[in-house]
Design a protein around this ligand. Structure first.
Ligand code: NDP
Ligand code: GDR
Length: 375
């Protein structure tokens, strides 16, 4: 049987957690690069790791860092992977304006270090390489929907760093014949999404509001539009790219665009709340217009509903505006459907519902703890 050994950088992140499970189910030996953190960063993969030391399901973690070439060379030499998935990144667009050099170091040079580690170890013919490229490359949109032929116009330090990585992948493919692919993925979310990205921020905050743990959701540009899919579907596309006869680059998207405003409305609706928007610009607010009491009570079982008509539950905070915004992203993944046979399975409504249900359960635990604290 052919060895199937995957190295995943960014294994502790949203996609790393889904991809690890996907590959383990396919019989891979999965190795993940983890960086040192002052607090545990294994929340998303803790069920794959058996304390105090790993080794379960052929899942192994190794310390290293994308800014440390020596750690990458040592690890690849030790593991001898057959597939490398480069998911590690400083992945927050807004934060990249405040930490541009670190973002470039990890996202741009980190990718170069990984590619060149494979070349140094003379593995360019034996390894398949996946690069987590992004729809942020399109930035300032020049066509209504974006596909593989749409020109790039990156609008943040995050996106310019990812542009460098995108072209490094193509250069290593063309210079050294490496099987290296760019997955140009549009936004994808899940219950594992970090809470500072807008979707998870919305679902976790409104769950806390429902339990009376927080009053209001503060957002930036609510008219931004994104093409949101589910991470579980998108990691399958990452794997499919590496199973093809030839390396190539693919757009992965849901083909549906939705504004942040609509996402907020959908999420509140799941709690039985209809919102009304009032005012404009930084003074715009989201107000509770209608409450479906049975839905709200079901959401917060056993706790008195913490919401009333006319409560202000959304406000704009300019802190969340970016120096440069990407207004609209809307992908066309026809090539992936044609060549990879890939199509998303989980729709937006199902995804939002999964996220809200998950976050309501977390808020419930917090509310119970609070209640006992005051008993
Ligand atoms: P996350 O932010 O959830 O995960 C990022 C991962 O990278 C984490 O495991 C993080 O470790 C790790 N990491 C960060 N810096 C370093 C470093 N210096 N050395 C080693 N590891 C590091 O991102 P996602 O899972 O959402 O995304 C995965 C990749 O896909 C990223 O490259 C992202 O830019 C890209 N992408 C994501 C999209 C999305 O919508 N999710 C869309 C398009 C592209 P730690 O846990 O310790 O922080
Ligand atoms: P994005 O995701 O920048 O598209 O990058 P994010 O969820 O951060 O923002 C999406 C849009 O929502 C607007 N927005 C807010 N964003 C955040 N984070 N917090 C807010 O309070 C808020 N209010 C409005 C933003 O301005 C933006 O327009 C994600 C990351 O996963 C990248 O790594 C990835 O490459 C791209 O998706 C595709």
């Amino acid at each position: 049987m052919t060895r199937k050994v995957a190295l995943i950088t960014g294994v502790t992140g949203q996609d790393g957690a889904y991809l690890s499970r996907f590959l383990l189910d396919k019989g891979y030996e999965v190795h993940g690069l983890r960086r040192r953190a002052s607090l545990p960063n294994l929340d998303r993969v803790h069920d794959l790791v058996e304390p105090p030391q790993q080794v379960k399901n052929d899942f192994y973690l190794h310390y290293g860092d994308m800014s440390d070439a020596l750690s990458l060379v040592r690890l690849i030499n030790e593991i001898q992977p057959t597939e490398v998935y480069n998911l590690a990144a400083q992945s927050h667009v807004h934060v990249s304006f405040n930490a541009p050099e670190n973002t470039a170091d990890v996202n741009a040079l980190g990718t170069l270090r990984l590619l060149d580690a494979l070349r140094t170890l003379k593995m360019e013919d034996s390894v398949r390489f996946y690069q987590a490229s992004t729809s942020e490359l399109y930035g300032k949109i020049q066509s209504p929907r974006q596909d593989e032929s749409t020109p790039f116009y990156p609008r943040s330090p995050y996106a310019t760093a990812k542009l460098y990585a995108y072209w490094s992948v193509i250069n290593y493919r063309e210079s050294y014949g490496m099987f290296a692919c760019n997955g140009v993925l549009f936004n994808h979310e899940s219950k594992f999404r970090g809470k500072t990205f807008v979707t998870r921020k919305v679902t976790s905050t409104i769950s806390r509001i429902a339990y009376g743990l927080q009053d209001c959701l503060y957002l930036g540009n609510i008219d931004a539009q994104r093409d949101w899919g589910h991470a579980k579907d998108y990691v399958e596309a990452q794997w499919l790219m590496l199973q093809q006869p030839e390396p190539d680059d693919f757009v992965i998207a849901s083909g549906r665009k939705t504004s942040v405003r609509e996402f907020v409305e959908m999420s509140f609706k799941l709690l039985g709340i209809t919102l009304r928007w009032q005012g404009s610009g930084v003074d715009e607010i989201g107000v509770v217009e209608k409450i479906d009491a049975s839905v709200l009570e079901e959401s917060t079982k056993g706790f008195p509903p913490a919401l009333r008509i006319d409560d202000i539950v959304v406000r704009i905070d300019p802190y969340y505006f970016r120096p440069n915004e990407v207004d609209v992203l809307w992908g066309d993944a026809s090539k992936a459907e044609r060549v990879l046979g890939w199509k998303p399975v989980i729709g937006l409504q199902e995804m939002v519902s999964e996220m809200v249900t998950h976050d309501l359960a977390l808020s419930r635990d917090e509310a119970i703890l609070n209640k006992h604290r005051h008993d």
